[in-house]
Design a protein around this ligand. Structure first.
Ligand SMILES: [Zn+2]
Length: 366
């Protein structure tokens, strides 16, 4: 058995499930905090786990450049290196490499690029991307994909989708099967449902452990993304996890869960925590704003995180205005707790067959 996935409850297209890897169970729908360089920025692993997180996302591109995949392997793998005993999904590096623009060249074999750190030349092929993730010890490996910028002409999206399919096959072949570890294929095709539907049978035939939807939430309107999801998600196998990459805002997560997505990752809660933005049940707050300066109330009275139970809005505002590190730590902890609570609330709503009402109550919210 590679990795396990069981759908435990359904409500319309939405599912509640359980993902099982070599490092334990993960309830779905799930939001995966970003541990880009082997750390969730401004958080200890213990604090990340305290939010309820049981899976984080590591980044192949960053870790291959620094400190290097072979070094991490020699030190016992990424779990041990970063002291995270739960599951890790690693991305393939494709997205970061593609965004290097002028510093990279894409060919059939793979992509060559110059490091943003020291300018040295690297090659990332599907085989090497899978090998790096093997060296890191990822529970879930991602196939290498090519992603085009949005908006892109249909021909460019089609060409990119076809290359991604060939890379998916090579990635699948390079993956070393072992218990509790799996590989996900990435589904490209932009906002063109017909391109997506044309490529999905081939991807399913390759026999991935899960399917990731790439190339959405790259700048299109939310409703466009939802319309594409409505058209394409039913084409995915029922019994495998579905991962919408790089998504998103709270309302994006709600709309995507409603449409049958199980897994998410996004920079938003952690990056916002470092830029004074807080997600709360009353909406998004800019804690830099002077209106918080005299406010003794908690950030979000319904939240159980340390920032909300032990500090006032006035103090958080003060930390941020003073540029104190603790401000970023507390807001990051809060934002991750908010996202974890949102996923837990959706899980409950699916159990009680009320996900549609839950989603309706979220409409128009950011
Ligand atoms: Zn909180």
């Amino acid at each position: 058995m590679s990795i396990g996935f069981e759908v435990l409850a359904r409500d319309g297209a939405a599912r509640r499930g359980r993902l099982t890897t070599a490092h334990g169970d993960v309830g779905t729908p799930v939001f995966m905090p970003l541990a880009t360089t082997g750390t969730v920025k401004a958080m200890t692993p213990e604090d990340v786990a305290a939010t309820g997180a049981r899976i984080v996302l590591g980044n192949t591109y960053h870790l291959m450049l620094r400190p290097g995949a072979e070094r991490i392997a020699a030190l016992g793998g990424l779990h041990r290196f970063m002291n995270w005993p739960h599951s890790i999904l690693t991305d393939s590096g494709g997205f970061q490499v593609m965004s290097l623009a002028a510093r990279r060249t894409i060919a059939e074999a793979g992509v060559t690029f110059r490091s943003h750190l020291d300018g040295s030349l690297y090659e990332l092929t599907p085989e090497r991307a899978v090998e790096i993730q093997y060296l890191l010890g990822a529970d879930i490996t991602m196939a290498l994909d090519e992603c085009v910028a949005y908006p892109a002409p249909r021909e460019a999206v089609e060409k990119s989708m076809e290359l991604t399919m060939r890379w998916a096959e090579r990635s699948r072949r390079a993956f070393v099967e072992r218990p509790g570890h799996g590989i996900f294929g990435i589904w490209q095709g932009g906002t063109y449902p017909d391109l997506r539907l044309r490529s999905v049978p081939g991807l399913i035939e390759m026999g991935f452990d899960g399917y990731a939807i790439g190339g959405l939430a790259v700048g299109e309107e939310q409703q466009t993304m939802f319309t594409v999801l409505d058209a394409i998600v039913p084409a995915l196998p029922e019994g495998r996890p579905r991962y919408l990459m790089g998504v998103g805002k709270p309302s994006d997560l709600v709309g995507a869960v409603l449409r049958g997505i199980d897994m998410f990752d996004c920079v938003l809660p952690t990056r916002s925590g470092r830029t004074a933005q807080a997600f709360t049940r009353q909406g998004t707050l800019n804690m830099r704003n002077a209106r918080h300066a005299d406010d003794p109330a908690p950030l979000d009275p319904e939240c159980g995180c340390p920032a909300c139970t032990q500090y006032s809005r006035a103090y958080l505002h003060h930390l941020i205005r003073a540029g104190e590190i603790l401000g970023a730590m507390l807001l990051t902890a809060h934002n991750l707790q908010y996202y974890a609570d949102l996923m837990a609330a959706m899980l409950q709503a699916i159990e009680s067959s009320s996900i549609a009402a839950f989603a309706a109550s979220f409409e128009g919210k950011e």
